[in-house]
Structures are given as structure tokens and as C-alpha cells.
Design a protein around this ligand. Sequence first.
Ligand code: NIG
Ligand code: FE
Length: 413
Amino acid sequence: MRQTLLKNIGQLVNVREQDFLLRGSALTDLPIIKNAWLLVEGGLIVDYGSMEKIPAKLANTKNHLDLSGRMVLPSWCDSHTHLVFAATREEEFVDKIRGLTYAEIAAKGGGILNSAAKLNDASEDELFLRAWKRLEQVSKMGTGAIEIKSGYGLSTEGELKMLRVIKKLREKSPLLIKSTFLGAHTYPLPYKNDHQAYIKIIIDEMLPQIAQDKLADYVDVFCERDFFSPEETLQICHAALRFGLKPKLHANQLNNSGGVQAGVSMNAISVDHLESMDDDAIQCLSNATTIGTMLPAAAFFLRMQYPPARKLIEAGAAVALATDYNPGSSPSGNMNLVLAISCIQMKMFPEEVINAATLNGAYAMELQDKVGSIRRGKVANLIVTSPINSVAYLPYSFGENWIDQVMINGEFI
Ligand code: NIG
Ligand code: FE
């Protein structure tokens, strides 16, 4: 089996003998070994330690790399993206600069429905190729595990097409990929005034086929005023649960919509966004097993308030960070930028953002046994930085590319 020994690592970051979901003050605890070695074999992390105690037999390892002054981290776990889409929407970006509101843009044929029209026109092969390029880009920026949602089909055919694209990405890409069904992203125009008719299609047509073809791991609903109410969200998620799909929800993005409470009541894996939170919603997440996933790149791009990260952490909630990569509210899959925004705008500490983007992100995809920390037996998906002195430098030097190499399944890409 192919072995690679990484030697003289300046700092080996997020090393854990045992993993647990990090909440409250545990989020600040980022275990580091200085001047370390790490052995990769057959695509897995097999062992590590301090250079002072490196076993003599490792001197014979064929492949070895001197990483003096560099950091090695577990790769990013991006637990919320809409990376499969047909076309970008920069025209809306310019309209927003001119002062148009989200509603005005939607009335002009923009927004999610715009993406849905374009997606339904694109072939499965075209969609695959475009998404594949994005996946390659994000892996170079350090992402080693990623969740991808449907939600731009909004018809049985369109949703199944998107999910098949995600399935193919998963089969062909070395990254770890989880798939989420987001048929309840918005109501297609013919169903604007007949919500139950669309929900019936989701439950009676889409879900059975998705389950039969094993096309999704999770279900998502955009629980929001003028989109899906908490009651509609519960109705869809309970039906999806019967097909084995656990919920991961869009909650409390534009309004304090009750999405957090709906998610927690169903033991959702995560409730994501959280820009609009009152004390009740924060309290609800404080002891929950449901993870609060913050997507600050979307708040940045839409010029909205940021999620109350400090309040959530101090209340004891388990938080994760993800990109929300999508053409409408976060046209970037760059986790490094998400980390920087989180420190700069939400006053998270560098150790907290790294934990939230690795181990807690892995938990938000139920991939904690495979990725998210440096632990024996985990997949060797790693980031090697350029020479850097402290972890604080990573979010501090926002916009700089300090990633020198990325390893996926034990191979440098
Ligand atoms: O997570 N809020 C809902 N969905 C996406 C945006 C979708 C779009 O505008 O295309 C989000 O921000
Ligand atoms: Fe999203």
C-alpha cells in the first residue's frame, strides 16, 4: 500500500484521539502538535506524533516530504452548497447595486425561479460538466467533503435530473459528497396559490422515486415567510423521514420564521443560515443535538445582518460554518473567505472558525467518522499551508491564498 510520510510539520492542527460535537467553550479548543510527523497509507491517516519521538522504522518510508514551517490541517467540510446550477446571475448582482430589492428582482423573473428555468433548459451532461469544474475549484481551495442540494428543478423531472448529477459527481469525484433533496426551495408559479398541490407532488411523486433510486441522503426545505411555513416544512420533512431522509433546513434567513424550532422539534441534522434570530430561537438551539450552521458569505453578499455567532456559542449551541455556494446569494465556494468573514464580522476566534469548518462541519454531514480532524483511521484529506506562524494568520490574511497543497484520499491533487 502506498505510504507518504509528512515530516517536520510546523503545526499539525486539530489532532484528536476522540471526536465529539463541539459546543460552547469546547469550540475554542483546537489541539495542535508542533513539529510533528504524519503517516498516510492507503489513503488514510494511520499515525502521527511529535518529531522528537518519531519511530526509527519510518526512516525507510519511500515517499517523504519535509514540511518545515508549514501547517497541516484537516480539509474543509462544506456542509451546505447548491453547487449544481446551470448559470450564474451577475445581472441580479448589478441590479442590487442599482438599488433593486430581492422582491423586485424576483418580479423581473430573477431569483430561484430564474435558476430553475435555466436548469430545466440545460442537459444533464452540461450540468455535470459545470458542477464538476466548480468541484475542482473548491477542492483546490481546501474543501475535502461537501454537501450539495437540488432545488433548482422544482419539477419531478428537474429535481431528479439534479440529483442524478449529484450522484454522478459523487461516483466520479474523490471528494466525499452528501446529497440533499430541496424540492421545497420555492413554489413554482402555477402553485403560488395552491401550496398543497405542489407539496403533494413532492410527497407522492418526487420522494418515492428519490428513495427508490437512492438519490438523496437528506431533505431540505426553505422555511421562510412567503416560501414554506413551519407547518408545511414539518409536513414535508415527516414524509421524507418515512423515506429515510433526515432534515437539514434553511431556517431564519430573512425572517424569524420558526424554522429553527421546526428543525429542532424533528431532531434535524442542522438548521442553516440563522441571520434572523431572537432569544427564543437561540435558546432553542442551545442544548439541541441539531447543529446551527452559519453561512456568512450569503449575509455578506446580500448586505444582511450576520448570524449572532457569539450569542449562539455562549448559549452552548453547536455551530458549523459553510459557504452556501449558489448563484443567487453566495456565488463563492471559498471556505477560506467564510472563515475570514466569520472572524472579522461575527467576532469568532480563529480556533473556533477552524473547528466549525472542519469537525462540526463533518458532523453536519454525518461524516465525522471519516473527516473533520486528524485522527487515526480517518481519510487523508488535508490542507498543507505555505510557511505560516500561527492559526490566526489564516483568517487574518483574508483574500490571500496560503494553501500550498491539498491532499485528497492520500494523494496530492
Ligand atoms: O441558501 N435561501 C434559499 N436558497 C439560497 C439562495 C437561492 C438562490 O437565490 O438561488 C440560499 O441563500
Ligand atoms: Fe442555501
